[in-house]
Design a protein around this ligand. Sequence first.
Ligand code: PLP
Length: 233
Amino acid sequence: MSIAENIQEVRTRIAAAAQAAGRDPREITLCGASKMNDAAACREAVAAGIDVLGENRVQELLAKYDQHAYDGAPLHFIGHLQRNKVRQIVGKVDLIQSVGSLELLDEIEKCAEKNNLRQDILLEVNIGGEESKSGFAPGELEAAGQAAAQREHLRVLGLMTIPPVEAAPGENVPYFEKVRSLYVDMNTKMFHNGFKYLSMGMSGDFEEAVRAGATMVRVGTAIFGARDYTQKK
Ligand SMILES: *Cc1c(COP(=O)(O)O)cnc(C)c1O
């Protein structure tokens, strides 16, 4: 199957899940998670009408950016972001989805101010309480939202989450539902219904995420095929 056919197939599945939940499929943005796939693969996805491409690593993003991998589609950063790399992507990406600490908020604000722009972000929620993952704990989210709302060069457009890797299908549904409820709460109480993106769901569980209310899914393998981890970076 080609990338274009895979995108079509993923869209069909998104539409079915949305309809089953009484939702309009057009509410859901498809983000192609293109890590470890080359610029040509990204361009193929753009030509096939992917809504957005999302990258995980700053070095890879910059290299592919210079090869015009993302021309014609918005570009998001979705991976773990180190503070010392923030300045390399602020203003270059349309949305930083993975903002999971106050230090990162401050650094993005600083770089955005310096460049005289406003950076759109999502707050990442560590919903499984996993040590190994970044993101705000649910109990820290309100303070994070307040901190972000005070920073003039940031605009919070919603929440993103990566739930624990579960053994059986369906096990992430409670996590998705929890994040959805945090999203609704914050959006109404703090952000004047300005939120756009509830980013959750990947190749293995995007339909569950859609049924639980995701407005953006991040899909890699089901679009680009299995990643080859034996290759050098
Ligand atoms: C790689 C990645 C995805 C997509 O994962 P697949 O299982 O390949 O669909 C989604 N979100 C993030 C943050 C990722 O790093």
